[in-house]
Design a protein around this ligand. Sequence first.
Ligand SMILES: Cc1cc2nc3c(=O)[nH]c(=O)nc-3n(C[C@H](O)[C@H](O)[C@H](O)COP(=O)(O)OP(=O)(O)OC[C@H]3O[C@@H](n4cnc5c(N)ncnc54)[C@H](O)[C@@H]3O)c2cc1C
Ligand SMILES: *[C@@H]1O[C@H](CO)[C@@H](O)[C@H](O)[C@H]1NC(C)=O
Ligand SMILES: *[C@@H]1O[C@H](CO)[C@@H](O)[C@H](O)[C@H]1NC(C)=O
Ligand SMILES: *[C@@H]1O[C@H](CO)[C@@H](O)[C@H](O)[C@H]1NC(C)=O
Ligand SMILES: *[C@@H]1O[C@H](CO)[C@@H](O)[C@H](O)[C@H]1NC(C)=O
Ligand SMILES: *[C@@H]1O[C@H](CO)[C@@H](O)[C@H](O)[C@H]1NC(C)=O
Ligand SMILES: *[C@@H]1O[C@H](CO)[C@@H](O)[C@H](O)[C@H]1NC(C)=O
Ligand SMILES: *[C@@H]1O[C@H](CO)[C@@H](O)[C@H](O)[C@H]1NC(C)=O
Ligand SMILES: *[C@@H]1O[C@H](CO)[C@@H](O)[C@H](O)[C@H]1NC(C)=O
Ligand SMILES: *[C@@H]1O[C@H](CO)[C@@H](O)[C@H](O)[C@H]1NC(C)=O
Length: 618
Amino acid sequence: MRSLTISIFFTLFTNLTRANVVFEVEQLTEDDIGDFSAIAFGNASETVLLNNDDRPDCREYPGSPDWPLDEEWSRLNRSLGGALIKGIPPAAVCYDGPYKDEAACTYLMRNASSTRFYINDPVTVLSEWPEGDTCHAPSGQQTGGNCTQGAFPVYVVNATTVRQIQIAVNFARNRNLRLVIKNTGHDFVGRSVGFGSLSVWTHWLKDFEFLPRYRIGAYRGRAARVGAGIESWEMFAHMTRYNMTVVVAGGYTVGAYGGWMAGGGHSALASKYGLGADQALSIQVVTADGRFVTADPRQNTDLFYALRGGGGSTYGIVTSAIIKVHPPTKILASSISFTGSFNTNFWKGFDLYHEFGKKIVDDGGTACYVSRRSDNSSFSFMTDIELPNVSEEYLSKFVQPLVDDLNAIGLNVTNRPPRPATNWASLSDGAGDTPGSSRFGSRLWPRANFEDAAQFRATQAAIRETVEAGYTFHGIHIQPTEEVAGYPGDNAVNPAFRRAIMHADLYDFARLRGASPDAFKAAHERLAGAMDKWRAASPGAGAYVNECDLEEPDWQQAFFGSNYGRLLGIKRRRDPWGVFYAPGTVSSEEWRVVTEDGMPTQNGPLCRAGSVEAWRGV
Ligand SMILES: Cc1cc2nc3c(=O)[nH]c(=O)nc-3n(C[C@H](O)[C@H](O)[C@H](O)COP(=O)(O)OP(=O)(O)OC[C@H]3O[C@@H](n4cnc5c(N)ncnc54)[C@H](O)[C@@H]3O)c2cc1C
Ligand SMILES: *[C@@H]1O[C@H](CO)[C@@H](O)[C@H](O)[C@H]1NC(C)=O
Ligand SMILES: *[C@@H]1O[C@H](CO)[C@@H](O)[C@H](O)[C@H]1NC(C)=O
Ligand SMILES: *[C@@H]1O[C@H](CO)[C@@H](O)[C@H](O)[C@H]1NC(C)=O
Ligand SMILES: *[C@@H]1O[C@H](CO)[C@@H](O)[C@H](O)[C@H]1NC(C)=O
Ligand SMILES: *[C@@H]1O[C@H](CO)[C@@H](O)[C@H](O)[C@H]1NC(C)=O
Ligand SMILES: *[C@@H]1O[C@H](CO)[C@@H](O)[C@H](O)[C@H]1NC(C)=O
Ligand SMILES: *[C@@H]1O[C@H](CO)[C@@H](O)[C@H](O)[C@H]1NC(C)=O
Ligand SMILES: *[C@@H]1O[C@H](CO)[C@@H](O)[C@H](O)[C@H]1NC(C)=O
Ligand SMILES: *[C@@H]1O[C@H](CO)[C@@H](O)[C@H](O)[C@H]1NC(C)=O
């Protein structure tokens, strides 16, 4: 009896007092700073008063006059407890120079792409072109090229404590450095790399804690405290252990609490529980002044709003979050595919499928499909229709009317019986990611486009033309309304998500490695022309910031919609220095990356937009 009382007391006590995960206990103090003023905290309310003319035009980079001296980097490293890493492109081992290492290069070419090599690398990002087309792992007959630093960061803080993150933020702000945040490096457009930058690598912040009884505001129930470095696949072991479901990305090595949650975050449960951004109940974050704060429904509510949907790398560095826990939820998938030639009913089948999409999302389901031109005479279509918490019989019956309709128009339909969804499991143990290099555009297609007959025809025609042009169409049916999202609500998710029933990407698989600037630009112009058709068929809709074309026209509207003004206000108040910059994020229009070749990469100094225009004599 007595020991029971003690253990209950102990449980309650620890739940109430231990407000942070282990790596958050170590925080930066005035004593740590001592006389190392380069790591002192900032004060946003003093900074807004500064005269703008006193600010340097560009961030420092190696070779610029105020780039810190080696001794200062060493001092920084000591204050970080030795966690500073030099940012070396991993393929440097294959090129002449100080890092050349044949054994390491052989490993890179033979083994890296089937292991965790790239995800565990401090500087690699999975989309190559933003780095500036440099230092690729040689593949096949492809040799040559050069290995330069490009947009790979110069130094990386391998963060394992909040204290180190605070030091990095303070140092970057005080010394006018470009700061980047890298978690897994999945971002497609260069938001986790930067020329001349100091990078904060959140990858190893993997602490997890199950909270059996958690309450905040109107929320009562189970919750989990999750470190910002946890990947989607790593959550499945926790889900099994605690007999629960939490919402994570279908892409298994996507960081569940970094960019995914910050930019929205869709998954196989989006029509049942909302987006990734809808899951957070409380967020721990290091802000631009270097302070470590809690953002939740009661405190720092501006940050709490912005960090849930307002984009990564903008308002602070998230270190952990408390997220909602749902009952254990199985997801079953039914795969349907068909092919067709130019003169078959392929496109009629495509229409039938898009009619059916409304039923899928209304039943709490999602679907993930790909359609492409296989060669000059045929097209293929493949979808996984996924429903949570249903039996195999239910799902079979659910898809049968669609299969019947497709058969009735003479399509050769393959219908695999229901099985557990492959995007809802940790099948590959997080291995097998390799950098790629392609560009694409995104559209959040509103429900209205599938309800009104004329709009439906226009939608289908626009999509058809782009597939016929040779692009690959990747559609995801989701319906993440505010209603399914539930408490706490009022977040910065792109309003276009709330009206959408389909998020779609249009992929251009034109080869970008080694492409000349002209070829690169020409490929993009063609893609943008195709995307214009989608935009014309969905005026005022939006695009998903986490899967976007960096050169999306009117991107502020497309990525953030009517939230943009409020987000910009929060950004300016919280980060008047612009410590956090990434392309295509709130306030990034105030900056330019000045690249030598004029390409939209991160391979060049980061300068204030006005100053660049002044140089160019505008
Ligand atoms: C193979 C693949 C599969 C994908 N699957 C899905 C999917 O199923 N659903 C979906 O919605 N999206 C998916 N995406 C897109 C994904 O949501 C974005 O790439 C997302 O930004 C990745 O976040 P990250 O933290 O893993 O990556 P990173 O590239 O490390 O970070 C992305 C952005 O967030 C910032 N950031 C990261 N961590 C933090 C932090 N702790 N604090 C503040 N800012 C931070 C970075 O600076 C960067 O701007 C996929 C992408 C790929 C390449
Ligand atoms: C920041 O500056 C303001 C204005 O000078 C001051 O009132 C405030 O106390 C400062 N905050 C801190 C934490 O020093
Ligand atoms: C930082 O210090 C550690 C430990 O002393 C050392 O191993 C590492 O090489 C240093 N980093 C840099 C960039 O010099
Ligand atoms: C690399 O892969 C090859 C097969 O492709 C295998 O024989 C070898 O053992 C692997 N090496 C390492 C270090 O994993
Ligand atoms: C590599 O760099 C050298 C020196 O800057 C340059 O002359 C050469 O053209 C580059 N090669 C490639 C393939 O870019
Ligand atoms: C980064 O830190 C982690 C955790 O301490 C460690 O396991 C890893 O080896 C470090 N990575 C590098 C490249 O130093
Ligand atoms: C898991 O939770 C479900 C419902 O929440 C319950 O029915 C089931 O018995 C639990 N299983 C275990 C092993 O506790
Ligand atoms: C498709 O047609 C184009 C021109 O009409 C031709 O260049 C191309 O080789 C053809 N592709 C295939 C796969 O048949
Ligand atoms: C799953 O379905 C059952 C039966 O329809 C229902 O009782 C239960 O609440 C559902 N669970 C979830 C998590 O939706
Ligand atoms: C139908 O599709 C299957 C599987 O793709 C294929 O093997 C078969 O040959 C096709 N039949 C016809 C009549 O096209």
